[in-house]
Design a binder for this molecule. Structure first.
Ligand code: 5AD
Ligand code: SF4
Length: 441
């Protein structure tokens, strides 16, 4: 067997893609390794969203160069591939700056990996594959082989929203939905392999729009309804959603579909109308408040989470205060927050009135303090309650297993590993820094 090491950066979409790439390479005799030393193939599955992402990739490539040279001295060959969004955005530049790289493969071309590896082996040169070919990508990907209790399933890729700070529309291309039949087949396969929870993924997942042209088109809500009927599936989640695409039937599904978890990641980015406008988010802060009201009317017991960017170009103190106010008005279970960072090629990167680093840092600290307070308050509100927990794996602490509440909070319980894969009622007794603890009820 040849050894394959995949290093994943960034989002769940990338984690999913990494697993897919490993599946694709298994028939070529590659098996997963947990370190790059001595590997026959190393894939860096990169992410462009986080700050200094590209730089991190280059410094990792520097380290891998040494391992690759050692492998060659030992008479072997390490194929080095860069995949993901950095590959898509800077393909040619990567090869120029890091000749140690053999393959550059964009997110739309993973199904061609086996062919590319064969070609690279023949030519020993650099192979670039970062175009946006059409739809078939989804269907030529291999069937999932490994899966956990909670399994990701991509239903949609790409984004047409063009938020002015974001690279996704450029790196992942236009919105594309998979045909519902293929999604349901994959969900059934995952269930057969032991998945009890399906997490539907897409950069803009609630914009899911059945690509078939007749008038029986499927929405995300309808997809969730069909997946709920698959034997073995106990829970359904989806991420990430845009406020503009929160359709009425999806809101209703949070009330009517008991397998759809009461949890929604609905990024708002800012609470200031001026900033939202400059970000091209296409809604106001009050639009978002009204939307959350509608969602909570349908399902009062829903945990909301969000992403925030502080220090967007032109953001004033008053704009930032409006974000803090929105956070206090809404009340989040948890949230991610980032300092704005320039992405080459995006409109915001050339806007005047970029915000100084120290101002960004101060705003981020203030926002994260508020968000962490809310998270602790939300977690503490579960103490004393009995919640259904889906157990996923053994915990590091001996004799404990880890599961999740409907609100995605991790819970540690002293219980038999035989319960993994089952939903059990747990009486929540206390909270530590990042997880809840409880006992079987
Ligand atoms: N700067 C800072 N944060 C960003 N995000 C996306 N692009 C940028 C950027 N240029 C954040 C957004 C998005 C999350 C996945 O990453 O909040 O929702
Ligand atoms: Fe990026 Fe999300 Fe905006 Fe699309 S909706 S451009 S993925 S931030």
């Amino acid at each position: 067997m040849k050894k394959l090491f995949v290093k994943t950066y960034g989002c769940q979409m990338n984690a999913y893609d990494s697993a897919k790439m490993a599946d694709l390479l298994a028939p070529l005799g590659y098996e997963a390794a947990d370190a790059p030393e001595g590997a026959d193939m190393v894939i860096l599955n990169t992410c462009h969203i986080r700050e200094k992402a590209a730089e991190k990739v280059y410094s990792e490539l520097g380290r891998l160069k040494t391992l690759k040279a050692k492998k060659a001295r030992d008479g072997g060959r390490m194929v080095l591939a860069v995949a993901g969004c950095v590959a898509q955005a800077e393909g040619a530049e990567i090869v120029a700056r890091a000749p140690v790289v053999d393959l550059v493969v964009g997110p739309q071309s993973y199904h061609r990996l086996p062919e590319m590896i064969a070609r690279a082996a023949r030519e020993q040169g650099h192979v670039l594959e970062t175009d946006f070919p059409a739809l078939e990508k989804f269907d030529s990907l291999a069937e999932p082989s490994a899966t956990g209790i909670s399994a990701f399933l991509t239903v949609q890729e790409g984004c047409d929203k063009f938020c002015t700070f974001c690279v996704v529309p450029y790196t992942r291309g236009a919105e594309q939905s998979r045909p519902p039949q293929a999604i349901l087949r994959e969900a059934e396969k995952l269930a057969e392999k032991g998945a009890r929870e399906i997490v539907l993924l897409g950069q803009n997942v609630n914009a899911y729009d059945d690509p078939s042209s007749d008038d029986t088109r499927w929405s995300l809500a309808k997809l969730c309804e069909a997946i709920a009927k698959i034997e073995g599936i106990a829970r359904i989640r989806y991420t990430t959603s845009h406020p503009r695409d929160m359709a009425g039937d999806l809101i209703a599904a949070h009330r009517d579909n008991p397998k759809l978890m009461p949890y929604l990641h609905l990024p708002v980015q800012s609470g200031s109308d001026a900033v939202l406008d400059a970000m091209n988010r296409q809604h106001s802060a009050d639009d978002y408040r009204r939307l959350v009201d509608r969602i909570r009317t349908a399902q009062p017991d829903i945990a909301l989470t969000s992403d925030f960017i502080v220090g967007f170009p032109g953001e004033s103190d008053a704009d930032f205060d409006a974000t803090l106010k929105l956070v206090r008005d809404i009340g989040y279970a948890t949230a991610f927050s980032f300092k704005y960072s320039k992405r080459p090629g995006t409109p915001a990167s050339t806007m005047r009135k970029q915000i100084p680093e120290d101002v960004k840092a101060a705003r981020l600290a203030a926002l994260q303090k508020e968000l962490l307070d809310q998270q602790h308050k939300f977690d503490d509100s579960q103490i004393g309650r009995t919640l259904p927990v889906l157990f996923e794996k053994t915990a590091r602490d001996g004799g404990q297993i880890m599961g999740r509440t409907p609100y995605l909070q991790p819970v540690h319980v002293k219980a038999d590993a035989g319960l993994i894969g089952q939903v059990r009622d747990v009486a929540i007794t206390r909270r530590t820094a990042n997880s809840l603890h409880g006992a079987l009820a």
